[in-house]
Design a binder for this molecule. Sequence first.
Ligand SMILES: Nc1ncnc2c1ncn2[C@@H]1O[C@H](COP(=O)(O)OP(=O)(O)O)[C@@H](O)[C@H]1O
Ligand SMILES: [Mg+2]
Length: 143
Amino acid sequence: MTENVNLPDESATRALAALVGAKLQAGDLVYLSGELGAGKTTFAQELARALGVEEDVTSPTFTLILEYNSGRVPLLHCDAYRLEDLESEELGDTGFFDFLERRDAVRLLEWPEMVAGYLPTPTWSIEITFEGDSRRASLRKLP
Ligand SMILES: Nc1ncnc2c1ncn2[C@@H]1O[C@H](COP(=O)(O)OP(=O)(O)O)[C@@H](O)[C@H]1O
Ligand SMILES: [Mg+2]
């Protein structure tokens, strides 16, 4: 099922993230795509809040994988932006496969297209695109 949602302002992005976050459970894998400035970090922050995460949620660009344990289920947040072109052994060294194996957690992956060859089917796939002055989310929930 694919659904398109208009995101005219930041609060719309947050509302959508809250909606998705409220439905998540351990083992879920969420892909989050969108170019720079699309609202991925905004979405991740509100999704974390919906899980009850109390810490500040930042962008895992340099840390690669961040873990939050103050919510109702652990949240792992990975940014694959810098993982493009890595051999599978190097990718393993980054902890990326350990991230994928963490079924006890909700796994949120930004830039999934950078590691496309290694990815299982997600639970949710969200892509935010610019539409003129506005933004739009394409939301896919897999059974
Ligand atoms: N739907 C939206 N409409 C307008 N601005 C938004 C929207 N979503 C996020 N923003 C704003 O866009 C900027 C970039 O958002 P951010 O979440 O950092 O994007 P990304 O992580 O994809 O680079 C922030 O200033 C944020 O407040
Ligand atoms: Mg970001």
